[in-house]
Design a protein. Structure first.
Length: 239
């Protein structure tokens, strides 16, 4: 089953696909990228490249996240391998960070209002903060705590906890921080979904004036996010 994030991207890719099919059938003096720029209202033609790359990144990294949710840190192997656990952890954290960059790029090219305010909860997600701490731990992490003895903090991953499917960071060899990867991944996904909903809504309003099949698809997806179940042509809502 495709994730909500993938379903938002499916709607956006469907809009682009329909435009591409129509463009091939027309006789156009301008290039495809010129027409995409005008169609979406991008500032420049390179917006198409950024949009397409963001879709690829989000699709690819959703696969990585789905694998982690299914197998977690041990990966799809039965034998115990600490190195594999590190690879799974680094792979997951790299995937979410790549998604954050892709979303930031989509927010920028689609000129979503209040972009800084919208991006702030995403940047403050615990899994992004964890990623930054782990990525910097061989040298330093720039946002030092008040009780730090130096201008930066150093972090290391507890290997015994990692072997037990837990994430504990040791800060400055003195303070412990524990993380539940599944919970903080859910928090991150929710923020990604919020932003994709805003972007998709903006696209459909601009291009289709909130009419047609993509508007209906978006409305159904919003209802699913609110807890509804789609069963054929029926929408089952729970109060």
């Amino acid at each position: 089953m495709r994730s909500v994030i993938e379903k938002f991207i499916d709607i956006q890719k469907g809009i682009l696909s329909d435009f591409s099919m129509k463009w091939e059938a027309d006789t156009c003096e301008e290039t495809f990228r010129d027409d995409v720029k005008n169609y979406y209202g991008f500032e420049n033609k390179f917006g198409w490249n950024i949009m397409l790359n963001s879709y690829y990144v989000l699709d690819d990294t959703e696969l990585a996240k789905a694998s982690f949710i299914k197998f977690q840190l041990q990966g799809p192997y039965r034998h115990k391998d600490t190195g594999e656990r590190y690879l799974c952890l680094y792979g997951l954290l790299n995937s979410v960070y790549q998604q954050k960059i892709a979303i930031d790029n989509l927010v920028e090219i689609f000129k979503v209002p209040n972009s800084k305010l919208i991006s702030k909860p995403l940047n403050n997600c615990a899994i992004i903060i964890l990623r930054n701490k782990i990525a910097a731990h061989p040298s330093n992490y720039s946002l030092a705590k008040e009780d730090s003895e130096h201008k930066f903090d150093v972090y290391e991953i507890s290997r015994p906890d990692l072997d037990s499917d837990s994430i504990t960071l040791l800060r400055n060899q003195n303070h412990f921080e524990k993380y539940d990867l599944i919970e903080i991944l859910k928090e991150f996904d929710d923020q990604i979904e919020n932003i994709l909903e805003l972007i998709t809504t903006k696209i459909i309003k601009k291009i289709f004036n909130n009419n047609g099949k993509y508007y209906q698809n978006l409305d159904e997806l919003k209802q699913i996010r609110d807890g509804a179940i789609i069963c054929g042509d029926e929408i089952i809502r729970f109060k």
